[in-house]
Ligand binder design. Structure first.
Ligand code: ZN
Length: 473
């Protein structure tokens, strides 16, 4: 195909007034990077090709221009939709697959979703993360709303950074303000009106659910969550109250050592609501374990009992439950879909990295073997940052596996977690000459096998959405 003399991405052609803008594929003489061609459209910076045509590189400034001219390339507030689903793209290569999925399913994607830790591990910035999605939706002509999540942010500086770039949601991680050492002996006395507000009363939250606080329980809850509630209210008042930023607010209390009980959940929601904090979603920590990259571990019937009450509480206060570390939690998706009545936010992140590594195992077994061996040696270092119960002795010995058996490692929990949590170390590993040992080879491999990767993602994320009960459109 050729358009105005360039090899164009057909779906990227957009007419603006008398002008036109589209994405062109790089030819051998252009180098590896695709570029924007704008004719008769002001704002883009790049090489002047004459006749009003600009050849503009895929940089931050041109991404900003694109977001202004074509609003579908900018993030918007999708937490307000019934079903939203976060699929952060750590590597900046998953967007075509993610786009294909959400063209099909009745759910809204959060394509950009990274924590500061993930940025550091991948040497990316929020500008990179957002711009990569902008260019991908432009390329594919994806016109549905999509979100950008400043994920698990903890500081004024980080929240401000994400909002200033136009991120459409902030996930406030309150974990540093949640006390983990509160017991009957050291729980504080009840402040102010709390006794009158909460004790000797029944809280009918509807659907047959009634909650009651004992004094001892209430004192502990205040001790554990008091400061976190103050922190969340402060951040809300500072950034979101006046409506200066078009962003949704998610309260994350899930990164704690113990599950959030329904009473704790109710208390946090009630206090935030009474303080005037408006939030779209809350992420409690559910019972059992949501470990990275593997199915739910824990008592399923207990989970079903508790998700029911958590869902009623969220409906009562009119926000959505947010499920974190949602990748591969196939055994609990049906109850999440059912109990939330199809109104939820689910976040996955590392699963697209695992699918990318599965592709590596399929197409370059030799490279995969090197990476796997390195991951084994780096595991102890990586596990400092994650709560996982990986048993390395259950991972089959690499030498005993034939090449076609390597992808099967991604069907085994322990080897999934091994590769999952070592991703930063794998990508950043340098050889003795100071070059990346694996990163460049992997990116080249993924680029050459883009369609294989896209299909793997569509299949894998599609399975998540199917089990959550999301319908195809
Ligand atoms: Zn979380």
């Amino acid at each position: 195909m050729s358009y105005l003399g360039f090899d164009e991405y057909e779906k990227s052609i957009n007419r603006i007034g008398e002008g036109v803008v589209f994405l062109a594929k790089a030819t051998a003489k252009d180098g590896a990077e695709d570029f924007i061609i704008a004719r008769g459209v002001p704002g883009f910076k790049g090489e002047d090709l004459g006749e009003g045509r600009i050849k503009a590189p895929l940089d931050h400034e041109n991404a900003e221009t694109l977001r202004k001219l074509l609003p579908f390339t900018a993030p918007s507030r999708v937490l307000t939709k019934d079903r939203s689903f976060g699929v952060g793209d750590r590597l900046g290569i998953a967007a075509p697959g993610h786009i294909r999925i959400f063209e099909r399913y009745d759910a809204y994607p959060v394509f950009a979703q990274q924590s500061i830790r993930e940025l550091n591990l991948t040497n990316r910035t929020y500008e990179d993360v957002l711009d990569a999605v902008t260019f991908a939706v432009f390329q594919e002509g994806f016109k549905k709303a999509w979100g950008a999540d400043g994920d698990h942010l903890k500081t004024v500086k980080d929240v401000e950074y994400a909002l200033s770039l136009g991120f459409s949601m902030i996930t406030l991680d309150c974990s540093d303000h949640i006390k983990t050492d509160i017991n009957d002996a050291n729980a504080p006395a009840l402040p102010g009106n709390y006794a009158a507000k909460y004790l000797n009363r029944q809280f009918d939250i509807g659907e047959g659910q009634v909650l009651e606080f004992s004094e001892a329980e209430l004192r502990k809850i205040v001790g554990v969550y008091g400061e976190a509630i103050g922190f969340a209210a402060d951040m809300y008042n500072r950034f979101l109250k006046d409506g200066k930023y078009a962003a949704d607010f998610e309260i994350s209390i899930d990164e704690t050592a113990t599950p959030t009980t329904p009473l704790q959940h109710y208390f946090v929601a009630r206090e935030l609501t009474d303080a005037g904090v408006r939030f779209a979603t809350m992420a409690p920590r559910f019972c059992g374990e949501f470990q990275k990259g593997v199915d739910y571990k824990g008592d399923l019937s207990q989970f079903e009992k508790e998700i029911k009450i958590h869902a009623v509480i969220a409906r009562h206060f009119k926000y959505k439950l947010s499920i974190h570390s949602g990748s591969d939690k196939f055994s609990v998706f049906p109850s999440i879909g059912r109990e939330t009545r199809g109104i939820f936010h689910v976040k996955t992140a590392g699963t697209n990295w695992l699918e990318a590594m599965r592709v590596a195992a399929v197409v370059d077994p030799g490279l995969y073997r090197q990476i796997h061996r390195y991951a084994l040696s780096a595991f102890e270092e990586a596990r400092k940052y994650y709560h996982v119960t990986t048993d390395l002795s259950k991972i089959p010995d690499l030498d005993s596996l034939k090449d076609p058996e390597l992808p099967g490692l991604f069907d085994q929990n322990d080897s999934r977690q091994l590769i999952h949590i070592t991703y930063g170390l794998i990508l950043n590993k340098k050889d003795s000459g100071g070059s990346y040992e694996f990163k460049d080879k992997l990116y080249k491999l993924w680029k050459e096998n883009e369609e294989v990767y896209t299909e793997a993602l569509v299949r894998h994320i599609g399975r998540h959405l199917d089990l959550l009960g999301v319908e195809k459109q």
